[in-house]
Design a protein around this ligand. Sequence first.
Ligand SMILES: C[S@@+](CC[C@H](N)C(=O)[O-])C[C@H]1O[C@@H](n2cnc3c(N)ncnc32)[C@H](O)[C@@H]1O
Length: 226
Amino acid sequence: MTYEATRERLETYFDRTASTTWERLTSDAPVSRIRQTVREGRDQMREMLLSALPGDLTGARVLDAGCGAGQMAIELAQRGADVIAVDISPSLIDVARQRTPDDLKHRIDYRAGDMLDPAFGDVDAAIAMDSLIHYDADDIAAALDMLAGRTRGPIAFTIAPRTPLLTTMWWAGKAFPKSDRSPAIRPHRATGLEKSLKDIGSAVELRILGTVARGFYISQAMEARG
Ligand SMILES: C[S@@+](CC[C@H](N)C(=O)[O-])C[C@H]1O[C@@H](n2cnc3c(N)ncnc32)[C@H](O)[C@@H]1O
């Protein structure tokens, strides 16, 4: 599947099919025990990705690529960053806007659109939490290469690690009712992404930050630098 075709399916899924499921998962509302593990895993992952960035982000311009309901964007703004938060789903962008505390609103520029759109300009750092997990290795490599051209510092992102466990209990497959299940998640190994980067002549280097496996949530944090 091409990058555009995957993005289109994700837009349909996150903007319509499962937007209320996502709104609930990313809120404080009670959820099932299974989804609670996903929520806890995602909280842990947010911290792991943020650890790749300086604690004080005052004055830094940071891209939240595929910002969803705005959880990461709000954390970044709390650390002083000026955030450009982009998502292909306009309805999740609306949720994110509504959830942003008034005192942080001036720090977050929410935009509905493609996270790779060069119109969003250069940044000091970028984060893509669980927003590349549906794409092929070649698409992820191309996305990282493009982002690296506009990002002065680290790009922290996640992949679905290729583990045997993943095939039996992937959170997006099992934690949601069938009708709410996402388009296929594509597990990758860091070495596979490195090969794809090499194939396109990219100078981007990868580093594994760690893995979060919490109940039905399994995701690997990575850092890319161009
Ligand atoms: C699993 S959600 C994660 C959202 C958010 N990063 C978080 O961790 O809460 C993935 C998000 O990536 C967005 N997304 C995927 N591909 C995108 C693209 N090419 N441009 C912008 N957003 C994209 C989806 O619309 C969705 O909101």
